[in-house]
Ligand binder design. Structure first.
Ligand SMILES: [Zn+2]
Length: 161
């Protein structure tokens, strides 16, 4: 007999096999400088960006071209364009996701994320509320923080020489 729970689990597993795990929780709503309705976000973003930024999806590890981005510059929110991280704070965490030990001043917000049976701290863009990734306390000095970001949620703007 197939239970509903089994169906949900197999659906999630097949989705994960496609490379994305969609969180059931939506991005934090309301109170942001840039607020758009869902249809507008869908129009603006690629399906992958929409899934991560608006539905707290997670891109498959080691798939982001930004993982290997070593130039000087700024990483901005793919949803609204706000600058979020500097290349000065980027480091190779070995996790397969672009990682930073600090965000730019007031660029991101955090909230507790209890999905998937874990307690984590989710990170979102302070301007549009788009989900970016999570922050952990096993990062390098000087902050000891590891902002584990979905590369698809970011765009890179190299510093012109
Ligand atoms: Zn944003």
């Amino acid at each position: 007999m197939t239970t509903r729970r089994t169906l949900v689990r197999s659906a999630l597993a097949s989705f994960a096999a496609l490379g994305f795990v969609r969180n059931t929780r939506a991005a934090p709503g309301g109170g942001f400088e840039l607020t758009l309705d869902d249809a507008e976000w869908r129009r603006r973003l690629t399906p992958e960006q929409y899934d991560v930024l608006r539905h707290e999806g997670t891109e498959r590890a080691f798939t982001s071209p930004l993982l290997h981005e070593k130039r000087r510059g700024l990483f901005a929110c793919a949803g609204c364009g706000r600058d979020l991280f500097s290349s000065e704070t980027k480091f190779d965490s070995g996790t397969g996701w672009p990682s930073f030990w600090a965000p730019l001043d007031k660029a991101v917000g955090t909230e507790q994320d209890r999905s998937f049976g874990m307690v984590r701290t989710a990170v979102h863009c302070a301007r549009c509320g788009g989900h970016l990734g999570h922050v952990f306390d096993d990062g390098p000095k000087p902050t000891g923080l590891r902002h584990c970001m979905n590369g698809v949620a970011l765009t890179f703007k190299p510093t012109s020489a």
